[in-house]
Design a binder for this molecule. Sequence first.
Ligand SMILES: *[C@@H]1O[C@H](CO)[C@@H](O)[C@H](O)[C@H]1NC(C)=O
Ligand SMILES: *[C@@H]1O[C@H](CO)[C@@H](O)[C@H](O)[C@H]1NC(C)=O
Ligand SMILES: *[C@@H]1O[C@H](CO)[C@@H](O)[C@H](O)[C@H]1NC(C)=O
Length: 488
Amino acid sequence: MFKLWFSLFLTTLIFQVQKFAVCEREQIPTPPLPVLPLPSYSQLKWQQRELIMFFHFGVNTFTDSEWGTGNENPAIFNPVGLDTNQWVSTAVEAGVSLVILTAKHHDGFCLWPSKYTDHSVAGSPWKNGHGDVVQELVNAAKARGVDVGLYLSPWDRHDRRYGHDLQYNEYYLAQLHELLSRYGDVREIWFDGAKGSNAPNMSYYFTDWFAMVKELQSSINVFSDAGPDVRWVGNEKGFAGSTCWSTINRSSLSIGDGSIVGYLNTGDPKGTDWLPAECDVSIRKGWFWHKSQSPKKLSDLLDIYYNSVGRNCVLLLNVPPNTTGLISESDVQRLKEFRNAIDTIFSTNLAENCFLIRASSQRGGKGGGFGPENVLDSDHLWTYWAPGDHQDDQWIEIIGTDGGLRFNVVRIQEAIGLGQRIKRHEIYVDGKLVAKGSTVGYKKLHRLESGVVHGHVVRIKIKESKAVPLISSIGLHFDPYWHPKNVQ
Ligand SMILES: *[C@@H]1O[C@H](CO)[C@@H](O)[C@H](O)[C@H]1NC(C)=O
Ligand SMILES: *[C@@H]1O[C@H](CO)[C@@H](O)[C@H](O)[C@H]1NC(C)=O
Ligand SMILES: *[C@@H]1O[C@H](CO)[C@@H](O)[C@H](O)[C@H]1NC(C)=O
């Protein structure tokens, strides 16, 4: 009996002391725990780029083909006016901070003078065999503060070692070593499983390749069907799933496996690995330049943007240099229109002039640092609105001034630095449902099917979430290019 009494007394005493300590110094509410898995530092940097550019260039540019045979004569490669400064300027004007070059495509022709083959620029008339496209791109990019990535095709239709596992893997690793040690920082390396149906059987030693990549470049992201840092989105249309998790189970993925494209497209809410998707698509029909082709319409590029960047992905847009060695004027112009459209739509956030912003609850109470006003600042990662304890059916509301709010796009961003959480959400204007969706992730863009709405109260409801939802940014925008088909 005494023992019980004593322990009760002790507990009360400890409680009183704790309470006293709280009174002594106001406790600042802490951020909530993360929900694993989390992005790595390099994955976060990659995600924030939003738009990156691919340059498909090589012997195919000169033979008007998409897949070379491997029997091309290096003598056909002669881009007399090649100017990588023009490529990089085009990228910079499009708002791109990372450009990726096809250092070697399936035909095996190398755009740098590799020590291990003569099937390269060294055997071409361009600069009398003294040129190096990789070096020229790296120089031009460095001068403008743009980062560089490289693609080295695993499938090689030229080299005789292809089909002999050991010899070819050694050859491939030797070339990888050249590319990742000669040219300074490389921020992304691209591997794919593309291969003709008649190609010889070959096992790629991916484990060795990835280990060597990470050894040579500390901040690189490795792209492939199966990561390990960035995954393929499962198609070449530039469209992510309307549900798109950055999480997935890597153990369920293998490179070149056609049966997983659906899984790659949507990711997995239960996924144990952070492996966000990259949407690769070409500005033209083909990946390489063809005289007969022209760039996609602006409205098509905007559809791609909303379905990639607007679905929690990074858009990898291919822009192929022509036989002169320059990006064609028509592509340059279309990219200017594209960037101008994105800036027109998103440079103004109508929510910023609201009368009031409020929420169902907030972590740590008023003044706790997690209030709804955080979604209107310029930090889209580490300042956010966090509701109180329970995770479902929380809401945040933007109330317009007298004139109301007129918009047709809603942007929502999650604080993904603490994990991707939201599973289901809805948007109401003056009590009327105008849009609903599943995942949000780094950025979710809703183009309203009803067209422009005009109202006073915009409420975003988080219906379901893996843990308390953390919203880092909200935007209400007007897109003058958006004309939904079912609306007059
Ligand atoms: C590759 O290997 C499979 C089974 O091991 C065999 O059926 C197929 O004919 C081979 N293909 C080639 C092109 O050698
Ligand atoms: C992914 O892994 C998790 C944890 O092991 C598991 O619960 C989930 O079912 C897996 N997803 C699929 C599609 O198998
Ligand atoms: C390549 O593009 C440049 C820039 O627009 C242009 O001057 C040149 O004529 C083009 N080359 C070909 C073969 O179309």
